[in-house]
Design a protein around this ligand. Structure first.
Ligand code: SAH
Ligand code: SF4
Ligand code: F3S
Length: 442
């Protein structure tokens, strides 16, 4: 066992990667390493990478270049490379050439400290990338950041094969954790003082398949809702084709289940949705939104949107704008379509020019920002329950927290409020946040 060596984890990508990094840190701690520490102080730098878009990979390569340069001044430095990019053979070939010491795939995460030991022992590069998953591995240690809010995986992988998306290739087929293990983890988080959990999966609405019981996501939420000490429950991501009425009703009924749903539309044209292999059309999505708004008062709905998918015409794009206007998302993450080799859309021959994509993104963002601003302004004068997280990053002399429907609120107050739920009167709505003051009449 190695001791006195320090490690740093460099995390890219989605919440699932954030969670995996906590597990990597937990595994390293258990093996006697010290960390996480800032990269400049580390003996071992672990990359947990994302390949969802070209830009994500670029960020990784540029940071990797920096640390490999550092390695020339600090020859003992070990660089380990894992996460989604490590599942792609062309990436593995490239990072080997660049001089990475350890490469580990998404299914080999639990082996990380052993692979590092192996490198120490034999001083030759170690590459361990299983091409597919084995069983779900439970009881891995984890090093969570202290705080109010924790991520909990409920499932891994994805079966949907949206034609643009690399995730099914990097994370494998969908498999669900047993509810017993999930509930036990959430109970432990409550005992450790966490107040909010976010349940994670690429498509949480299809949770439970393959478990053998007739158990679904709504049932899991009902169980989680009863756990004492946890005050708020969130989840991501929902898929419009799999959102059941039962789930909507459970969300409406649960005390702790927050009134926010991230349910990506991706595109507004039926033709493009079909080419994306999304499994629903605009009408289905519109009705889903209507049902959610009818049954869950005050629900916030957010989305991901892609512009410039192959074959997207001006008319198709106009339909995306039209859906955004009709639905009025509370928030949306917008992306330029990025070719991912190995996916079906990468071989479609009517790719959209970059300049056109950029122009469309600008237009979409402007519309979405206007809508978000109008919604947030309409909240001025209302009272919202905020779970206070700590000092605001943008206004360090003030506090920040989130409403149940995931809006950021900035306000003045005593530090003793951190960790509490408090009522805030909204005084100003901005595009990405709200400003408010503690409501004195409570
Ligand atoms: N499972 C989740 C998240 C997947 S990745 C879901 O289905 O929503 C997060 C987002 O990245 C996706 O929702 C999609 O909008 C975007 N994305 C995925 N692949 C992309 C690509 N090749 N180009 C641009 N955006 C992409
Ligand atoms: Fe990718 Fe689609 Fe699966 Fe989401 S549902 S991870 S976008 S394939
Ligand atoms: Fe990226 Fe992998 Fe998540 S590709 S978005 S880190 S599942």
């Amino acid at each position: 066992m190695q001791t006195n060596l320090t490690y740093h984890v460099e995390t890219y990508g989605c919440q699932m990667n954030v969670r995996d990094s906590e597990i990597m840190a937990g595994l390293m701690d258990r093996q006697g390493y010290t960390g996480p520490v800032p990269a400049e102080m580390a003996d071992i730098i672990i990359f947990n990478t994302c390949s969802v878009r070209h830009s994500a990979e670029n960020k990784v390569y540029s940071k990797l270049g920096e640390y490999l340069k550092l390695k020339r001044q600090k020859p003992g430095l070990i660089v380990a490379f894992g996460g989604c990019m490590a599942q792609l053979p062309e990436v593995v070939a490239k990072v080997k050439r660049l001089g990475v010491n350890v490469v580990f795939g998404t299914y080999n995460l639990h082996e990380l400290p052993h692979l590092i030991e192996e490198y120490h022992q034999y001083k030759h590069r170690v590459v361990r990338v299983w091409p597919g998953h084995r069983e779900v591995i439970e009881n891995l240690p984890s090093h969570r950041k202290e705080g109010l809010s924790a991520f909990v995986n409920i499932m891994y992988g994805c079966n949907n094969f949206c034609s643009y998306c690399i995730v099914p290739y990097t994370r494998g087929r969908e498999r669900s954790r047993h509810p017993r293990d999930i509930i036990r983890e959430v109970e432990q988080l409550a005992a450790d003082g966490f107040k909010e959990v976010t349940l994670l999966g690429q498509n949480v609405n299809s949770y439970g398949q393959g478990l053998g019981d007739s158990y679904d996501f709504a049932d899991l939420l009902l169980m989680a809702d009863k756990i004492e000490g946890i005050e708020r429950i969130r989840f991501t991501t929902s898929h419009p084709k799999d959102m059941s009425d039962k789930l909507i009703d459970v969300m409406a009924a649960g005390d702790k289940l927050c009134e926010h749903i991230h349910v990506p539309l991706q595109a507004g044209s039926d033709r493009i949705l079909n080419r994306m292999n999304r499994g629903y059309n605009r009408e289905h999505y519109r009705q889903l939104v209507q049902r959610m708004r009818e049954r869950i008062p005050g629900v916030a709905i957010s989305s991901d949107l892609i512009v410039g998918f192959p074959g997207e015409s001006e008319e198709d794009f106009r339909q995306t704008l039209d859906m955004v206007r009709q639905v009025r998302f509370d928030a949306a993450f917008t992306f330029l379509y990025s070719i991912r080799s190995g996916t079906r859309a990468a071989t479609m021959d009517d790719q959209v020019e970059l300049e056109v994509k950029k122009q469309r993104l600008l237009q979409l963002n402007q519309l979405q920002y206007d809508i978000a601003l109008a919604i947030n302004r309409s909240l001025e004068g209302s009272i919202a329950e905020v779970l206070v997280e700590g000092p605001s990053k943008t206004n360090p002399d003030r506090l920040t927290g989130r409403t149940r429907n995931n809006r950021i609120v900035i306000f003045s107050g005593e530090d003793t409020l951190v960790g509490q739920r408090t009522e805030i009167k909204i005084t100003k709505g901005k595009t990405f946040s709200l400003f408010g003051e503690i409501w004195a009449d409570q």
